[in-house]
Design a protein around this ligand. Structure first.
Ligand code: PEP
Ligand code: MG
Length: 765
């Protein structure tokens, strides 16, 4: 049994590598053919096949195979629901049969030579909820495939889905290239507009920082400004070719800078751009139009608008998501065509305040790499993970619901104070001066960072541990600069989210090891994957959920997908070898049983690594208290785990039933609610007698009004956004523990939030 598991892990590494090396010019089928032989080899299966879904005929077509009659490739077509393979796609679930003929849907394909194969496993390949294809394995032995094989094939199917999607994009471009028609875009004018003069809008802060710049709307209207500009005359095909070459250089440079900046192997974030740019059907068609007498400017504009329109109308959501990419590409090409003197200087968004209705984690990464000064997002919540990512990348982000922002003319001057959630449109000279002073004082806070002390003490000399929350490895620099005493929460899902395929065990191991090395013996709490909720993996589809925050999130996702979980645990255990500062914690634990299952899996990984002769170490295992259920079970959980960490962001959300990403209900998301205060106190009281370390890593650890309460109930370790550490250090140095205890006692006596708030105002005023 362990041989298969071992092989499956190696299989996933190999497929991960294969995906990384995918060569579009060699073609998709060549890649799929390598993929089937890799899978068949590692699973020691006699047959492996990949079928792709053809959306025009709604058929599954055999594209690659090992072990069956090769003449079937390209010819064998199955309807959705036909045979076990068609059923797997119809029901979007793996089907594993010990004897394929026992399944009533089994269909023998004459001429395939499959009569000798008994065991059958079919796993759907899907992108989000869209059908992409099916991967199957067959073997002559009865009952040959087990649960581990199913999980391994699911991970592989998700890796393949990303590659196939990009290849389809290319095919889509090629197929429609001959069918050019320009469609005029109609900017909608439904929302009211701002009148002339200065306007001040109060949004929600979502990250810190301030920015001044000119507005740029991204999304469907990106090219409007280009339309409004006068088309430069006298441009030639040679100018276009030069613009293409410069654009390609810029994109590769951006990719490189992005990787340097976030150091989390953001695999080909600009992949779709480069792919389109190099494709003959796109650039070649523009060139043809230029040769037919069109001005290069108009030819680019027409082609880009054609694709943007086509993608935005596509029923395929994956293609709809490419609208931003194609418009961004158009923007770059036009810029490089019209401003040759600026050519090669790089990003278009330097000094721009980006306005957008939708922001994916990968968009933030792109915009950060492109030098955007600030972001305004229409919709979303300040505790969402997009906001956390903006903070990690230090881009000011304000969330607003004011739809008039969408009607702003391009390049309108804007001031953005993402600390206060303030947006100033067309600011007067005084506002600009005030902002300049604020930006200077922000620089002061950087000076404050330089003054950060090694240790933190309250006024009465009690030692307090301040650790940093880490989302991307790039934040380590800040954490070290502000002298964080360790990493109290490494949200390891972010390196997964910013990629387009699963990181391999080896990539994860290297990443974790580098964090441990750089923290030089200080504690590092690795939180295992917390995907689901508002953190989807674009390459790993899950069933549609009406309430994703109550769905397959965090530890539930990991326990449901043990192959993914094991890869991560193995990487962590390997990184912990020789690093006693490493600790692992599990997110969103709801019961003791869940914690014990996760611990069992970690122990299984340790045993497997041992039998494989791979160096590793079992670190301390802890858990996050983020659910009311976990709070109720705090005594048992504290007894079982090595340490606890309170995730107050989620604890508040679940205790009060307030979606942390929904701006509409933000007023109900309150740490001052008596139920929140009492729950926090109850957790700490349960943990302290066990002697197990307990910390808090939610946003309230940086709230000056909440800190005395948190110290007063007995917390001594906090983990937070590293930029907040110097200020929190100063606040704590003014707090006396016995006063804080009295204050906490008083706050716990109130039954109404209003009383808590009134009391706090008397203390702080
Ligand atoms: C929390 O819930 O408080 C927490 C720290 O985790 P996250 O914000 O990543 O959900
Ligand atoms: Mg959480």
């Amino acid at each position: 049994m362990s041989d298969f598991q071992k092989d499956n892990v190696a299989l996933m590494c190999d497929i991960g590598e294969l995906v990384g090396l995918f060569d579009f010019d060699a073609g998709l089928d060549a890649f799929l053919s390598k993929a089937v032989s890799t899978v068949a080899w590692h699973m020691r299966a006699a047959v492996c096949s990949i079928y792709l879904f053809d959306p025009d005929t709604a058929d599954l077509v055999l594209h690659a195979n090992q072990g069956l009659n090769p003449a079937m490739i390209g010819r064998l077509r199955l309807k959705i629901g036909e045979g076990i393979t068609g059923m797997a796609l119809q029901e979007m679930r793996p089907i594993c049969e010990a004897r394929a003929t026992d399944n009533p849907h089994f269909k023998y394909i004459p001429g395939s030579h499959e009569e000798k194969f008994i065991s059958f496993l079919a796993v759907p390949i899907q992108r989000k909820m869209n059908p992409v294809g099916v991967i199957t394995v067959q073997d002559p032995q009865w009952n040959y495939f087990n649960n581990n094989d199913i999980q391994a094939l699911r991970v592989i199917a998700s890796q393949l889905a990303g590659v196939i999607e990009n290849a389809h994009l290319l095919v889509h471009i090629r197929d429609t290239a001959a069918n050019q028609e320009s469609v005029a875009q109609q900017p909608s004018a439904t929302a009211a507009r701002f009148g002339p003069g200065t306007h001040c809008i109060r949004g929600q802060w979502a990250s810190g920082g301030m920015a001044m710049g000119l507005s740029t709307r991204i999304g469907h209207y990106l090219l409007r400004s280009a339309v409004e500009q006068t088309c430069p005359l006298d441009l030639t095909e040679a100018d276009f070719d030069r613009a293409v070459a410069i654009t390609e250089r810029q994109l590769l440079d951006l990719q490189r800078r992005l990787e340097e900046k976030i150091q989390d192997a953001a695999s080909m974030i600009f992949g779709a751009h480069v792919l389109m740019l190099k494709d003959e059907a796109f650039s070649g068609e523009i060139r043809n139009q230029i040769r037919a007498g069109k001005n290069p400017w108009t030819a680019i504009l027409d082609e880009v608008r054609h694709y943007a329109d086509m993608f935005s109308r596509s029923p395929n959501p994956a293609l709809r998501e490419k609208v931003l990419d194609v418009e961004d590409l158009g923007h770059r090409l036009l810029h490089n065509l019209s401003a040759p003197t600026l050519a090669g200087t790089g990003p278009d968004y330097t000094g721009q305040i980006i306005l957008t209705e939708e922001l994916l984690p990968s968009d933030i990464l792109k915009l950060a790499a492109e030098g955007a000064a600030g972001l305004i997002l229409l919709g979303g919540g300040q505790h969402s993970h997009v906001a956390i990512l903006a903070k990690a990348l230090q881009i000011p982000l304000v969330i607003s619901t004011d739809l008039r922002l969408l009607q702003l003319p391009e390049q309108t001057p804007i001031l953005l104070d993402a600390k206060e959630g303030q947006i100033v449109i067309n600011p007067g000279p005084e506002a600009v001066q005030t902002m300049q002073e604020l930006i200077r004082s922000l620089a002061d806070s950087e000076r404050l960072a330089a003054q950060a002390r090694d240790e933190t003490f309250t006024r009465d000399g009690t030692s307090i541990q301040l650790l940093a929350n880490l989302n991307l490895v790039s934040e380590l620099d800040v954490a070290l600069r502000v002298k964080a005493q360790g990493i109290g929460l490494y949200r390891t899902e972010f390196p997964f989210i910013v990629r387009s395929t699963f990181p391999t065990e080896e990539e994860q191991y290297q990443g974790y090891k580098s964090v441990l090395d750089r923290m030089k013996g200080l504690p590092v709490l690795f939180r295992t994957l917390d995907v689901g909720g508002d953190k989807a993996l674009s390459y790993y589809p899950v069933q549609h959920e009406n309430n994703p925050f109550l769905g397959l999130r965090a530890l539930r996702f990991s326990l449901r997908n043990p192959e993914i979980f094991k890869q991560q645990l193995r990487a962590m255990l390997r990184a912990a070898d020789g690093a006693p500062n490493a600790k692992i914690m599990f997110p969103l634990v709801a019961s003791l049983d869940e914690f014990l299952s996760a611990r069992d899996l970690a122990e299984t990984c340790a045993r497997e690594l041992k039998s494989e002769g791979i160096p590793h170490w079992m670190p301390e295992l802890g858990l996050m208290i983020e659910l009311p259920a976990a709070a109720m079970l705090a005594p048992e959980l504290a007894a079982a785990a090595d340490f606890l960490s309170i995730g107050s962001n989620d604890l508040i959300q679940y205790l009060l039933a307030v979606d942390r990403t929904n701006n509409e209900v933000a007023a109900w998301y309150s740490p001052h609610h008596p139920a929140v205060l009492r729950t926090l106190a109850q957790i700490v009281r349960a943990a302290v007698p066990t002697g197990k370390p307990i910390s808090l890593c939610g946003n309230i650890a940086t709230d000056p009004q909440m800190l005395p309460f948190l110290l007063g109930i007995g917390l001594r370790t906090f983990s937070m956004d590293p930029t907040a550490i110097p200020a929190v250090q100063q606040i704590i140095s003014r707090i006396d523990i016995s006063e804080a205890e009295q204050q906490a006692e008083k706050m716990l006596s109130f039954g109404r939030q209003e009383e808590v708030i009134r009391y706090l105002s008397t203390i702080t005023s």
